[in-house]
Design a protein around this ligand. Sequence first.
Ligand code: XUL
Length: 567
Amino acid sequence: MADAGGACCSLRLPDDSLFLGLDCSTQSLKATVLNAGLGIVATDSVHFDSDLPHYGTHGGVRWDPAERGRIVSPPLMWAEALDLLLARLRPRAELRRVAAVSGSAQQHGSVYWANGAGAALAALDPAQSLAPQLAGAFAAPESPVWMDSSTAAQCREVEAAMGGALRLAALTGCRAHERCTGPQIRKMHQKRPQVYDATERVSLVSSFMASVLVGGYACIDETDGAGMNIMDIATRQLREDALQATAPNLEERIGKLAPAYAVAGKIAPYFVQRFQFASSCLVIQWSGDNPNSLAGLTLSNPGDLAISLGTSDTVFGVTDLPEPTLEGNIFPNPVDPKTYMVLLCYKNGSLTREDLRNRYAERSWDMFNRLLEETAPLNGGKLGFYYKEHEILPPLPVGFHRYIVKNLTSGSLDELVEEEVDEFDPPSEVRAIIEGQFLSMRGHAEQCGLPVPPKRIIATGGASSNPLILKIMASIFGCPVYTSQRSDSASLGAALRAAHGWLCNQQDDFVPFSSVYSGRLDRTSLSMKLAVPFGDCEGDTELLNNYTLLVKKRLEIEQKLIERFGQ
Ligand code: XUL
């Protein structure tokens, strides 16, 4: 049982058990299988564009040519990917030993199940694959996803009905961002009423995948549920006023919410017969990818900051006293009912870095690195703002903006002056996109009440394997940077949450998350590696002071850009 200090000693995962974590991200579906000692038994993935080309996605999504900013993915593709991934995994992991499965998914996206789909889910036939059986299950064959930016009008309506953006943030965890599920549902109700009327249930991507696995509608978990603008962040219940402000008869379509560590159900007979899962295998509630990464990185102390560099770039940390702001998102911590996580999300992540690489570094990461090495920290005051996609933070439309900040060595913000320019030389463009993102992250993290400088940063996501990028991160934030031994923190977090949910179920009570991994951090898949120390080199502190000034200048320029171009 849990002791008074929250650590657990006598809880054990059964020796021969396995725990499966899945991550349905924007571009792929990934799996991590852990054994009871938290060692990795197998990993695998299905890449939507290349493995399932018949859905015609690009980066896992489709841009609607008929409506600017409308970005969708077909939910049937996610279901087909699940079949394919389990088929690939089966020869390498004994799925009958899986005691529990849980998952992670891109946040905010919404799936519209057609009338009668619940019955179809309950009757899945193991003799046929999922795709033909679920093809008719959707009122909308395309789900709006987090990249969508077509709901500005609905966002303003929801905010007005709820007493303003900041009040909505204080009540539900964030203002109405265009990707939030509530405004997305409102738009569906307004613009495609025939779809909304034919919908018996709305799932998030996370609860959609859990629903397929249990063969019936799974609850939305309270953590991912906080990304909807409908749930009260304090009580973790749907808010009547927010439901009303969103769409009629919505409560029955959303269903009940459940904690992230709860059991969603037993795995459906379809998976037992087709993939040889045990019929006792538990499906633990799925949650969002960022909350799962928080779990996978075992982030627990205020001052620990995670930066994930992926399709979206995100910054997140744990807090017990969340401060609502217009910029961040507050979610309940998926593995600790007493605390919250604060998240900042940037839409222009890896795809925009790739675009700059293609323009200025001959489409090569080696060349990109060489150009980074050729340029000095602070980039001679060159600040770039690169929005290949309509950005969330700051809310700005597509466009590139470049400035040269002069008098950086004066040490005073008042003395800094900026000059707008059309282009930099290629090496400066490359440094400007990397430095610019971290300057922005640092400035906004501070504004959201996350401790700056952090005690440490844990870097994750594709670009975190680049030591030059991590060095810049350490210099700008003024702290050491660690990397996780595993690059896929979201599916790892989901596997750990599967083990956590299994233990909570066995104890019939919440048990501290640390009881899953206590005493094993250094020996398992969870160990962290110091990638870049901070403060060892002469000049680190002076450089940090200059970056501090540049952060302030950047926020000032962002504000001016919002006044000029923001909608
Ligand atoms: C977070 C967000 C993105 C997606 C990416 O609010 O929208 O990070 O979760 O998958």
